[in-house]
Design a protein around this ligand. Structure first.
Ligand SMILES: *[C@@H]1O[C@H](CO)[C@@H](O)[C@H](O)[C@H]1NC(C)=O
Ligand SMILES: *[C@@H]1O[C@H](CO)[C@@H](O)[C@H](O)[C@H]1NC(C)=O
Ligand SMILES: *[C@@H]1O[C@H](CO)[C@@H](O)[C@H](O)[C@H]1NC(C)=O
Ligand SMILES: *[C@@H]1O[C@H](CO)[C@@H](O)[C@H](O)[C@H]1NC(C)=O
Length: 403
């Protein structure tokens, strides 16, 4: 056994993991909604905590998202071999990128479909499968099952429309580009603690969410403005409005292009994606030998003239490139990319931490869509264990990055 097992730190980690997996009650008291009129979608993020081990591809299916886009949005290596088959450990909190549409005058992500399983209720789907990011009423209305009560057992195999809370607020916060992360308040969360975790301030969180006091309760839905790099692609491109949070990546143009934001500045920086192949259209700027992301520097009397080959959106299967020249007071150094971490896997933790003392470690793990079996009831020891391991890994990473 690990010496760690009996230390107070270990108990603290177990507690944290248990808190992370306690699903908020369905009777949500407060939620931030954004009224809308335009039918144009905008990019948004949802914060989702895994309550059971889950394959990345299955998590992606749950949110109708591209698995690689999920990794990229979390600064996890999206070129890692066999990434989509990785089993992500319970307790992991991830940012899921979604297109935020407009439905009945409110911003909602509307592309998610869920096929009900034996024993599902509207309440369990809302609070357990989707972690409180939707409401039973929303599913009921959009799925046209008006007679179903929140706690009525649903027919298995029915396809339900699951609208999810999201917001864009014009892609800005106080006039600065921002992408909004929808966050379901967990037990024990406070506004200052949440704000600190996402590098914003309690005042800003309060003003964005129209909170008179910094009081939130478990299950409340708030949105957090994350500083971001914005784009100015033409409206006819499918990635129009692309915004990437500082320190993260996005994969676009049919996985041919990767764009990243930060850490040095908040200018979107796009280069050919690691998985780009011959099916991708040319990424060379016309009348130039430069590829996406290449730049040249020329010192002039007035400053540094930077000519760069930039990404301009994706139109009809064609990658738009633009050659731009700007004058800067100082020449930029070599471009620094935000650091990527390997996608965490639960098998990784088993390898490093040895088998769990309880034989039931994998019970409820590896459950495809987080059915009630996987997410209801008292958290099992196995789940605690991997949740603690995630936090440990995070601590290790922080320690490594400080070097
Ligand atoms: C972006 O993130 C980096 C750390 O990843 C931080 O040092 C920098 O200050 C951030 N930039 C802005 C404008 O928030
Ligand atoms: C590229 O160069 C050709 C001739 O040199 C010119 O006719 C064309 O307009 C240029 N295209 C761009 C995008 O600058
Ligand atoms: C130009 O970009 C390509 C693709 O990212 C890269 O392989 C190449 O090294 C870059 N060339 C220069 C001179 O930066
Ligand atoms: C894309 O193709 C469609 C038809 O194939 C055409 O109507 C549309 O104008 C094209 N858009 C652009 C931006 O080229």
């Amino acid at each position: 056994m690990l010496p760690l097992a009996s230390t107070p730190l270990h108990h603290l980690l177990l507690l944290l993991a248990a808190v992370a997996c306690t699903r908020p009650p369905v009777t949500t008291s407060k939620s931030t909604v954004e009224p809308c009129t335009s039918s144009t979608s905008c990019p948004a993020l949802l914060s989702y905590t895994l309550c059971a081990d889950l394959k990345l591809a299955e998590l992606a299916a749950l949110f109708a998202a591209d698995p690689l886009a999920i990794l990229a949005a979390n600064a996890m290596d999206f070129a890692a071999p066999d990434a989509t088959n990785r089993i992500l450990p319970a307790g992991l909190a991830l940012r899921v990128p979604v297109p935020c549409a407009c439905s009945n005058g409110i911003r909602k992500a509307t592309s998610v479909r869920y096929v009900s399983r034996q024993g599902d209720t509207l309440a369990s789907i809302a609070s357990q499968v989707y972690g409180g990011l939707t409401a039973p009423d929303w599913i009921r209305e959009s799925s046209d099952i008006l007679e179903a009560g929140a706690d009525d057992a649903l027919d298995a195999g029915a396809t339900l429309v699951v609208p999810l809370h999201c917001a864009c607020f014009g892609g800005a916060d106080n006039g600065v580009p921002a992408v909004y992360l929808t966050y379901v308040v967990a037990k024990g969360d406070t506004v200052p603690a949440i704000a600190g975790r996402y590098r914003t301030t309690a005042t800003d969180v309060m003003s964005v969410n129209d909170l008179a006091t910094p009081d939130v309760a478990a299950g409340d839905i708030i949105v957090l403005p994350l500083s971001a790099c914005s784009s100015s692609f033409p409206t006819f491109t499918p990635d129009y409005g692309l915004a990437v949070a500082n320190g993260t990546y996005a994969v676009t143009a049919n996985r041919c292009v990767q764009c990243s934001c930060g850490p040095g500045n908040l200018d979107l920086f796009c280069v050919p994606a690691p998985l780009a192949d011959s099916t991708c259209s040319s990424m060379q700027c016309s009348n130039s030998s430069m590829m996406l992301g290449n730049f040249t520097l020329v010192m002039t009397g007035a400053g540094c003239s930077v000519t760069s080959c930039d990404y301009g959106g994706y139109a009809n299967g064609t990658i738009i490139t633009t050659l731009t020249t700007t004058l800067k007071p100082l020449c930029p150094g070599q471009h620094q990319f935000p650091p990527l971490i390997p996608p965490p896997t639960s098998s990784f933790f088993q390898t490093y931490l040895g088998p769990s003392p309880a034989p039931m470690t994998l019970r409820g793990g590896n459950n495809p869509t987080g059915s009630p079996d996987a997410v209801s009831g008292v958290p099992r020891r196995g789940r605690h264990f991997s949740g603690a391991a995630v936090i440990l890994l995070a601590l290790c990473l922080v320690a490594t990055m400080r070097w």
